[in-house]
Every structure is written in structure tokens, then in C-alpha cells.
Design a protein around this ligand. Structure first.
Ligand code: ADP
Length: 222
């Protein structure tokens, strides 16, 4: 199978960590930064590391970026450079561009000019952590869109000994239990006759209001 080719533009804490992880996973990664020191740091890590100003269209062309499967624009504070780079990449025909936004306005512009994925790491992590710390039954939280999430919760006494069909959470709350973890074993397509025990970890998908209702009524201490 042909290896996927990734490029990471901007090797700060965020882009650097993406570049490092992709490289550890054996992916082909081109690391790009305008700053020589940053590039030197990634020379032993990435497949190629080059010093370049990504706002220069001819440079991006000469690096052959149009042929990459996925380009991540991880330029931090320089919003102008982040927008221009994303615009050029989409104009060059790069299929998947993920760009990091600094604020809501930046995010809006990135989406308008065609970024395929926009991430807002500080805000998203803040939401995730707040959701984790306000609840003793919620272990993890992943925002799928601004209205839908996946949450990992601990089943309590209220659910103990009941089967999924007894609980019928889809009809009662509009949420789906997509997986159940029990004693370290994960069942990713639980059947209706599966019994839930106190302490099991349930992975639930649904709209945020439905998940909230489910949490309040079905989990202990909520
Ligand atoms: P973080 O918050 O992820 O640490 P930084 O702002 O520190 O973000 O890092 C962004 C990186 O993007 C820096 O290493 C910077 O040199 C790089 N960068 C900024 N402008 C450009 C550009 N025009 N071309 C390439 N790299 C750039």
C-alpha cells in the first residue's frame, strides 16, 4: 500500500506534536517552518524538513504540496500567514487541509476559504476538561459537531442488572450506546440482551441535550 503523505506547516508546540506523532506512526511527513532552528529540531524526526515561508505560492508549488494527501497548517499567532497559506493550498488543489484557528473569527475565515477541518485546540480542550471535571460519572468527552458528542460514562446503581433493551435509551433519551467496556474488555456492538453492570463503562453518542437528559436521569450523582 502506498504510504500517505502528510505535510505540517508551522512547527510550534501544536504542529511539532502532530509532526512527531505522525512520524512515530511511520507516516511520511514533510515538516515546514520559516524558522531555521525549528526546522533543525525536526530534521532527525520528519521524513524531510525544510525552511520555507508558506505564504509564498511558488515555494509551496516547488515543494510539490499539491500531491500531498493531507496538509496541516499549524501556524500560531500569525493569523494572516495562516489564512494565506490555507488559501494557497486549497487553490493548488490539496484535497485535505486542516488548519488551526486562534479565535472564532479566524475559524470563520478558514472555513470560508475552504479549509476542510478547522481545529481550535485551546477552546476544544477547555470544553473537554470542563465536561470531565464537572461530572464524576463522565470519564471522557469528544465533541463531534457543535450539537453532537460522544461521551464515556460509568454505569451506576440505576442501570445495574438491566439489559440494553430494558433501558431502551434510544427510545427514552434519543442516545445510542455504541460500546460497553467491562473488566478491560470492550464490546463494540452490544446486543439488546446485554446486561449492564455497575462500574461498566458505556460509550454513548447523541445530541448534547439528549446526552444531558440521559446523564441527569440515568447516572448516579449527576
Ligand atoms: P504554537 O502555539 O503551536 O506553539 P507557534 O505560534 O509557537 O504555535 O508556532 C507557529 C510556528 O509557525 C512557528 O514555528 C513559526 O515559525 C511558524 N510560522 C509562522 N509563520 C510562518 C510562515 N509564513 N511559514 C512557515 N512557518 C511559519
Amino acid at each position: 500500500m502506498v504510504k500517505k503523505q502528510f505535510a505540517v506547516i508551522g512547527l510550534g508546540r501544536f504542529g511539532g506534536s502532530i509532526c512527531r506523532t505522525l512520524s512515530e506512526q511511520g507516516a511520511e511527513v514533510l515538516a515546514v517552518d520559516i524558522d531555521e532552528e525549528r526546522v533543525n529540531e525536526f530534521t532527525p524526526i520528519a521524513t524531510h524538513a525544510v525552511i520555507a515561508d508558506s505564504t509564498d505560492e511558488s515555494v509551496l508549488k516547488s515543494l510539490g504540496l499539491r500531491n500531498f494527501d493531507h496538509v496541516i497548517v499549524a501556524i500560531g499567532d500569525n493569523i494572516h500567514a495562516s489564512i494565506l497559506t490555507t488559501l494557497i493550498l486549497k487553490e493548488l488543489g490539496v484535497k485535505k487541509v486542516t488548519a488551526k484557528a486562534q479565535n472564532d473569527y479566524h475559524e470563520k475565515v478558514l472555513r470560508k476559504i475552504g479549509a476542510d477541518f478547522v481545529i481550535h485546540p485551546e477552546r476544544d480542550m477547555g470544553v473537554r476538561i470542563a465536561n470531565n471535571i464537572t461530572s464524576t460519572s463522565v470519564l471522557d468527552y469528544l465533541e463531534l459537531s457543535d450539537k453532537h458528542s460522544i461521551v464515556e460514562v460509568i454505569a451506576g446503581k440505576k442501570m445495574d442488572g438491566k439489559t440494553l433493551s430494558d433501558l431502551d435509551v434510544r427510545a427514552n433519551y434519543g442516545v445510542n450506546i455504541v460500546a460497553i467496556k467491562e473488566h478491560g474488555y470492550i464490546n463494540v456492538s452490544p446486543r439488546a440482551d446485554q446486561t449492564v453492570h455497575e462500574g461498566d463503562i458505556l460509550i454513548i453518542i447523541g445530541s448534547d441535550p439528549d446526552i444531558d437528559r440521559f446523564k441527569k436521569q440515568m447516572l448516579d450523582n449527576e
